[in-house]
Design a protein around this ligand. Sequence first.
Ligand code: GUN
Ligand code: ZN
Length: 450
Amino acid sequence: NRPTSNIANVYRGTFVHSTQQTALQILEDELLGVDTDGKIAFIERGAELDRLSRTFGFSPTEVTQLAQHEFFMPGLVDTHIHAPQYSYIGTALDMPLLQWLDTYTFPVESNFKDLKFAHSVYSKVVKRTLRNGTTTACYFATIHTDASLLLGQIANDFGQRALVGKVCMDRNDSVKHYKETNQESQEETCRFIAELLNKKYPLVRPVVTPRFALSCTAALLGQLGTIAKDNNLHIQSHISENKEEIKLVLELFPESESYTDVYLKHNLLTDKTVMAHGCHLSDEELVLFRKTGASLSHCPNSNISLCSGMLDVRNVLKHKVKLGLGTDVAGGYSASMLDAVRRTLDTSKVLTIQNPEYDTLNFEEVFRLATLGGSQALSLDGQTGNFEVGKDFDALRVNVAAPGGPIDLVQCKEPKILLEKFLNLGDDRNIVEVFVAGRKVVPFAEPTTE
Ligand code: GUN
Ligand code: ZN
């Protein structure tokens, strides 16, 4: 007579993840149970099968055994991605940031007033990122409230965990029709938040999104800080991406001591804030991040593609600032977080070429940034980021030797080497299944709302 089980699935095999203490913990022949709410009920040695099956009331015959060359890792966390910019991904990278925004980005984003166009692009970006193993995404949409709500709906339908931001900008001198009045921006932000929360999507949350200091009046920045505070919401924006941008910000906000101080003065630096880039932040500014609990999103593909700069990740970690990785589609030309991992390693190696004393990042550290680090940067580490009991089961089932995949020779069975190979040369063909909160979201079950 077994107790009524609340265990939905049990997996046995190799699990790799990061913890507070170690960048890479490898658990071989481990058992992980997922309960009917999608949470991790236990993660213990395989030898404990009999006891666990009695305690949790499941049959040992129901256990799913991973194959050779397979392992589970936590889902990837993309801490910064522009969903509308997926429409021109892989093109238009021939200009520095500010000209790139005026020439390509603002004109394209203004088209997302059209909900049909928005639906088509947003479905594609959510599916592509999920297939690439992004279980959590922190999205910028556009200034259009209804299209931004649609992005939330699509993420929910496909089962992706998401923070979704309706972009706020009441200043734009180049594309005059792509901006809001101050009042519109405030009112529409409040409508967006209320309507998205009202949907009660379990995994999708609104994030207050001033585009960046140059797109917003001081009044709007202050109002958005208040809205975030009153509703206890996440905040996202951009900071210190490019030198020209920094110069203009300091001219526009002469009473501020630094770019970081602009956001600080408007109550936009909180422990639920994530700022993209930060390539050129001073040590004093990093101290402000640390003190407020605000985090950074490192987007190396974008930083190189737009010739913005190279973030010194080691220095950010030394300052104990929370840090995750982002694709920054489409300043970045890849929607895969595996690319963000590789570009992070590349950038660290370029810094080492420039200064041989530099403490180069290793792949284990970058693996942590792409998973647990990202969840911490988004203040979602209570729910996701690794395989701790009580967290949601957000996971990738990886087969390093997947037939038809990019990896031909797998001579070694050592999990650490398998992970390194996957991070360096794997792709979506190696990601055989993706789970978010225990639900299998890849391969897709097409939603009925198409
Ligand atoms: N700064 C303000 N807007 C943007 C954007 O869309 N992309 C990037 N990379 N930086 C920005
Ligand atoms: Zn961005």
